[in-house]
Design a protein around this ligand. Sequence first.
Ligand SMILES: NC(=O)c1ccc[n+]([C@@H]2O[C@H](COP(=O)([O-])OP(=O)(O)OC[C@H]3O[C@@H](n4cnc5c(N)ncnc54)[C@H](OP(=O)(O)O)[C@@H]3O)[C@@H](O)[C@H]2O)c1
Length: 320
Amino acid sequence: MQYTTLGRTGLKVSVAGLGCGGFSRLGLGTGQSTEHATGIIRQALDLGVNLIDTAAAYGTEDVVGMALRHVPRDSVVVCTKASRSAGDAAFSVDKVIDSLDDSLKRLGLNYVDVFQLHAVPPTAYDHVRDAIVPALLEQRDKGKFRFLGITETAPNDPEQKMLARAARDEFWDTAMVAFHLMHQVARTKVFPHTIANRIGTLMMFVVRGIFARPAQLAATMRHLAAAGQVPAWLAKGDDPLGFLVHPEGASSVTDAAYRYARHEPGVDVVLFGTGDAGHLRTNIASILKPPLPLADRAKLQELFSHLRGVGLDAPAARAK
Ligand SMILES: NC(=O)c1ccc[n+]([C@@H]2O[C@H](COP(=O)([O-])OP(=O)(O)OC[C@H]3O[C@@H](n4cnc5c(N)ncnc54)[C@H](OP(=O)(O)O)[C@@H]3O)[C@@H](O)[C@H]2O)c1
């Protein structure tokens, strides 16, 4: 494993972080058992992963708590999140604090390392900053969490308007950012500010569905080509990004996606979500490999840096 410093938190974290949400939810999302899910966490820890990202909304906090029961508390960085209740237009102070307390109970912990506000839309940001942050900083001072983070709602904010504001404010210790090889917005909108303010960054949506399911990628490419947003040659055939796979380059499209995000300046941690022990190993290996060849990275920038909102799909009827 390789480790880095998570911005101004000073935490030493693995560059590969285990995401407990997304489509997989450690395998719970695809019908696997609790024992299977705790096994995925333990295997990640054995491979040197020391950052785990969960959320009240994922239904995986109790599993994380089980897996960490006999793990020294200071050997792992636990991140969780509070989201808006269904039907609420904004976050409420009481509900966010209740959510934090409930998360601590489910995790079986006295504190979490990073407490994040989950999927904050641009329209809620003023309220979050003015009402929720001061209340949460009091909870931090009571010792319930160490660092304050924010995550965006990528499918609803493809221009990253919320994070472009948050990354200029002084109270966020971490930001979770959607970034992938066909969604490069953060390079100009977010990373210059997170770097300047030493905000630790966690990448999400790096593979998601689009770089895990070849048919979804091919269909997306056909749609983009028909709309004139990518060259027509990318719509021909079933493997539009196959040009990335060659002896000096990536071993697969998924490998390319993890490596592309990992080496972007401004990226601290690449989250990967999986319920599959084989994927766990290959994803960590990908995240630890060198950057893609310069010519391939230049091609990806030329082809895709103008795109907005591609591949930011949410699991049906579940918050991220
Ligand atoms: N707004 C938010 O706060 C927010 C939103 C989204 C995500 N997140 C966080 O980010 C984490 C990462 O989520 P993500 O969905 O973006 O994860 P991801 O790593 O980009 O994609 C994971 C998906 O790809 C599949 N996959 C993984 N490795 C693969 C491989 N080697 N080959 C083929 N398929 C593979 C997984 O299925 P398998 O189970 O089969 O491996 C899963 O369906 C989440 O767990 C969560 O912690 C936060």
